[in-house]
Design a protein around this ligand. Structure first.
Ligand SMILES: Nc1nc2c(ncn2[C@@H]2O[C@H](COP(=O)(O)OP(=O)(O)OP(=O)(O)O)[C@@H](O)[C@H]2O)c(=O)[nH]1
Length: 680
């Protein structure tokens, strides 16, 4: 325990009891004076002689099994006109009772004032308005010379973001106003002014009141009792804190922590150049106002961030739009780069996808962007964004020629498992002048003496504006959306290729089928296909007894046509004949080219009589055929047979063939039939 911990500020008194809250084991040296009681010489008084029997019992009773009393208790001492308030709580193996005098300011009136101010705070719609109102309200309540709100940045430097000064009061007859402290608005305090121990202590005890930095301290008597008074309101400020406040010209101080959702957001300071008493109700009221304002502040910031994220969300139409009409990275980039630049307050944006670089605004050269991608890709393996606001000092970027860009925010796009894409935003250098109220370690001592009210000035160069947490979050959202959009495009392109290939395959299959089943010259079934059809008919006939017939016909003197008029006329004859015959058949009958100038007709559901009739009809039809260059009529000789049980394709064709030869032998241009099975 440091030495100053056994010293207490004189505006209140402290009693140290045993763990049962029965006996006083130590107390501050001012108890008798503060409460107006006389104490026995040389030994410690009883608790009831200091607090009265009833109050002592109450404290003991209410602290049983508890760490602290739920709230302060007030009491009166017969020798004093005012009332007192006490806080009781446990500290190690002791119970501590802190006693403070209550002044005569009407509590009721204070409550009304505080309520009215709370209402006003709750109505604030902007951070600036809220904090301005807070400092004015607190200043009016406490009457300190200067009330300021100090906000911590990510390096724990403090910046004064709101301030209120007392309106100048002149002493009667004096020319100069009293209690003048300089305005600190916009000035900074270095992180070393807020060491971690100090910040921790604010987290435990949000309120710190020092009524008079210079006031002599009260000792704890007897000194041998080891008491931890670090939780005490009344603990005396550490000597270094005292010196610090004195350097600031401050004698009376009240400070209240503003606790954010991620640690200490800032502090509210009340400073006076002279000693400044603050009554417990006022101190509690300030604490309530600050807490309320902090809540409101967090809410306003959360709303502002939500609005920003919503704007980013609204710009994320890519994934839905792109599903309907997929766009490639280039189109997406050209369409949206301007919006992205404005949302991320960047003056350049670049997209790197599979070695291609798309750029908009002020960006480094494409080859530099590619180099940067290679470096980040190696050094930054996780999926979050990477950023710097000081490219010249950042090892990854310091040797790259990023032109005037000092800030980079890069978001990985996992479009491909082996090679991620990157979306990058660039911000230029933003030269900034910082005013330090207390000298930071980064600024050398000023060349000339400065008055305490002057600030140290620091010119910050080589840095861009910082990338806010919400901007980094939004960039991740955008990165995910863009990844989806690019993937959708790649999938649709792949599908298009697949579809094209599928069509080509289907066409090839179709051609193959054509080649396998159709005669290339006449486009009627080929021999293979007509044999298949006859086989199928044979199976059906065997099972159901449905008779069918086969007609085999051959063009008469076809050789002569070829020889006299040429092969191409011969081809034309075969083509025209096949078309004519096929066109005249029933849907259930089939024509096939058997070979050369021989054709087969498969007539289903057909007996001999019907088949003979069909053959005669075809013979007559063929005779009407006219072919360019041919004078004489074309005739055919047709052999007809009908299905017999135990037929095979071979036997039925052989019978038709025999009939056809008979037709040839009997003078051509005629129909012959073979009814019975041929003799082997
Ligand atoms: N132009 C053409 N001629 C073919 C085709 N296939 C076979 N030929 C010819 O058809 C002729 C058939 O002649 P032959 O078997 O002697 O029969 P033909 O001259 O019709 O006499 P008959 O059948 O006895 O009336 C041959 O000269 C074959 O070269 C073809 O695809 N195109």
């Amino acid at each position: 325990m440091s030495k100053h911990h056994s010293l207490l500020q004189s505006f209140g008194a402290l009693l140290v009891l045993d763990a049962d809250s029965r006996r006083i084991q130590a107390m501050s040296s001012n108890v008798a004076v503060l409460l107006g009681i006389s104490l026995p010489n040389g030994r410690l008084p009883t608790l009831s002689s200091v607090l009265g029997k009833r109050l002592g019992q109450r404290v003991r009773y209410e602290l049983q099994g508890q760490q602290r009393l739920p709230g302060p208790l007030t009491f009166k001492c017969p020798a004093r006109p005012n009332r007192f308030q006490l806080h009781a709580y446990r500290a190690g193996s002791h119970v501590l009772i802190e006693i403070e005098p209550l002044h005569t300011l009407g509590k009721q009136r204070l409550l009304g004032t505080v309520n009215e101010r709370l209402m006003r705070l709750a109505e604030a719609t902007h951070q600036e308005e809220l904090l301005d109102y807070l400092v004015i309200a607190v200043q009016q309540l406490t009457g300190h010379d200067r009330v300021s709100v100090c906000h911590f940045d990510s390096d724990w430097h403090g910046i004064i973001v709101a301030g209120s000064l007392a309106t100048e009061r002149a002493l009667p007859g004096a020319e100069l106003p009293v209690g003048r402290l300089p305005d600190l608005l916009g000035q900074r305090f270095p992180a070393k002014d807020f060491p971690i121990a100090l910040r921790r202590s604010y987290e435990r005890h949000p309120v710190r009141l020092i009524q008079d930095v210079m006031a002599p301290c009260e000792h704890l008597l007897p000194k041998e009792v080891a008491v931890d008074v670090s939780d005490c309101f009344l603990r005396a400020p550490a000597p270094e804190r005292q010196q610090y406040l004195q350097r600031l010209g401050v004698r009376g101080a009240l400070s209240v922590a503003m606790q954010g959702d991620a640690g200490l957001w800032g502090l509210l300071f009340c400073h006076s150049a002279s000693a400044h008493p603050v009554t417990p109700p006022v101190r509690d009221a300030v604490r309530t106002l600050v807490q309320m304002a902090t809540q409101r502040l967090l809410l306003l910031r959360a709303r502002q961030e939500a609005r920003y994220l919503q704007r980013v969300q609204d710009s994320l139409v890519l994934s839905t739009n792109n599903r309907l009409k997929p766009q490639g990275p280039y189109q997406l980039f050209t369409e949206h780069a301007d919006t992205w630049r404005s949302l991320f307050r960047a003056n350049g944006v670049a997209l790197w996808v599979k070695g291609s670089v798309y750029q908009s605004g002020n960006t480094p050269k494409p080859e530099v962007i590619s180099q940067l991608v290679t470096r980040i890709e190696k050094a930054h393996v996780h999926s979050g964004p990477w950023c710097t606001q000081e490219t010249a000092k950042e090892p990854l970027t310091s040797s790259l020629d990023l032109l005037e860009q000092s800030g980079v925010l890069a978001v990985p796009l996992p479009t491909d498992p082996t090679q991620r894409g990157w979306l990058m935003f660039f911000r230029p250098e933003q030269v900034e002048t910082l005013y330090w109220a207390m000298q930071p370690s980064s600024v050398p001592l000023p060349p000339m003496m400065m008055s305490p009210s002057d600030a140290w000035c620091e010119e910050v160069t080589g840095k861009s504006e910082a990338w806010q947490r919400v901007e980094r979050l939004a960039a991740m959202d955008l990165g995910e959306d863009l990844t989806l959009a690019i993937s959708a495009y790649e999938i649709s392109t792949l599908n298009m290729h697949l579809e094209r290939e599928r069509k080509a395959l289907a066409e090839a299959n179709q051609r193959l089928k054509q080649l396998a089943h159709f005669d290339p010259l006449t486009q009627v079934w080929n021999r293979y296909r007509i044999e298949q059809a006859i086989d199928a008919e044979l199976v059906a006939a065997k099972r159901y007894g449905a008779a069918f017939s086969v007609l085999l016909f051959d063009v008469d003197h076809f050789k002569q046509i070829n020889d006299t008029l040429g092969h191409s006329v011969g081809d034309d004859v075969l083509i025209s004949l096949a078309r004519l015959v096929e066109g005249s058949l029933r849907g259930c009958d089939h024509l096939g080219r058997w070979g050369g100038e021989e054709f087969v007709v498969l007539a289903t559901h057909s007996n001999m009589e019907a088949a003979e009739g069909l053959a005669e009809r075809l013979r007559g039809l063929v005779a009407t055929l006219e072919v360019n260059g041919l004078v004489q009529p074309i005739t055919v000789s047709i052999g007809v047979t009908v299905w017999q049980p135990d037929d095979s394709c071979k036997t039925i064709i052989a019978r038709a063939d025999a009939a056809m030869y008979r037709a040839k032998r009997n003078g051509r241009n005629r129909v012959e039939i073979t009814k019975k099975a041929l003799q082997e």
